[in-house]
Ligand binder design. Structure first.
Ligand SMILES: Nc1nc2c(ncn2[C@@H]2O[C@H](COP(=O)(O)OP(=O)(O)OP(=O)(O)O)[C@@H](O)[C@H]2O)c(=O)[nH]1
Length: 207
C-alpha cells in the first residue's frame, strides 16, 4: 500500500472502549494482508471495539517514523517477514522508536514473523524471533497471512492483543473483568469467517 489506512467499526471511534491497534513493519512484509484476514466489522457482534491503523512500510524507518502512530495507538503489531532479515532489523528499530515515544504510557505489542509458508527462503530463524519477543516482553507468532488455513492464527493475534489491552484497562478502571468477552469475540469472528470465507474479495480491503 502507498499510504496509511484506518479500518474502524462504523459506530465505535468516539466511544472510550475502542482499542486502537497500529500495524507496523517494513514494506511488503504482509501488514495489509494480515489485517485483511482480520475483518474489523465483526466486532459489531460483541462489545469488542477495535480501530486498526495500517501503516505503509518504508525502507527508511528512522526518517519516515511518524510519532503520531505511537501517540494514537494502544496496541502495536510489529510485523516482519521471515524471508527478509532487513525487515527483522526494522522491527527492532521500530521497537526502540515506539519505546521512546511511549515512555510515559502503557502500551501493548506483539511480534509477528509473517510468510512462514516460504520456509526455503527463510532468513530469520524462529529462535531469533522468539528471543526478540522475550526481550521486548511480548507474545510472538509465526504465521502466513496468505494461507487460508492459517487464518485462525492470524485472528488470534488480534484477539490476544485485545484481551491483554482489555484486562489492563479494566484493572486501571477498577471494573470487574468480563470473562466471556474473548470467547464471544472468538465466536463472532468464527461466524464471520465461516460466512465470508468463500466470497471475500481482496478489493474489499483496499477501498
Ligand atoms: N508467500 C506469502 N506472501 C505474502 C504473505 N503475506 C503477504 N504476502 C504477499 O506479500 C506482498 C506484500 O503484502 P502486503 O500485505 O501488501 O504488505 P505490506 O506490509 O502491507 O506492504 P506495504 O504497504 O508496502 O507496507 C503481497 O504480494 C502479499 O500477497 C504470506 O504470508 N506469504
Amino acid at each position: 500500500m502507498n499510504g496509511t489506512r484506518l479500518l474502524k467499526p462504523q459506530h465505535t471511534s468516539e466511544t472510550k472502549d475502542v482499542c486502537r491497534v497500529v500495524v507496523l513493519g517494513y514494506q511488503g512484509v504482509g501488514k495489509t494482508e494480515s489485517i485483511y484476514r482480520y475483518s474489523s466489522d465483526k466486532s459489531d457482534e460483541d462489545d469488542v471495539r477495535m480501530d486498526i491503523l495500517d501503516t505503509a512500510g518504508h525502507a527508511d524507518t528512522q526518517s519516515c517514523w511518524n510519532e503520531g502512530y505511537a501517540l494514537w495507538g494502544d496496541c502495536f503489531v510489529l510485523v516482519y517477514s521471515i524471508t527478509e532479515e532487513i525487515s527483522f532489523k526494522e522491527v527492532q528499530n521500530l521497537r526502540h522508536l515506539l519505546e521512546a515515544a511511549k515512555r510515559q504510557n502503557v502500551y501493548f505489542c506483539v511480534l509477528v514473523g509473517n510468510k512462514n509458508d516460504l520456509v526455503y527462503d527463510r532468513q530469520v530463524t524462529t529462535s531469533q524471533g522468539q528471543e526478540l519477543a522475550d526481550d521486548i516482553g511480548c507474545k510472538f507468532y509465526e504465521v502466513s497471512a496468505c494461507e487460508w488455513n492459517q487464518l485462525p492464527q492470524v485472528v488470534d493475534i488480534f484477539i490476544d492483543l485485545h484481551a491483554t489491552w482489555r484486562r489492563s484497562k479494566q484493572a486501571r478502571d477498577g471494573r470487574p473483568r468480563k470473562s466471556s468477552s474473548s470467547t464471544k469475540f472468538r465466536q463472532a469472528i468464527q461466524k464471520v469467517i465461516s460466512g465470508k470465507s468463500s466470497n471475500v474479495k481482496k478489493n474489499d480491503s483496499h477501498q
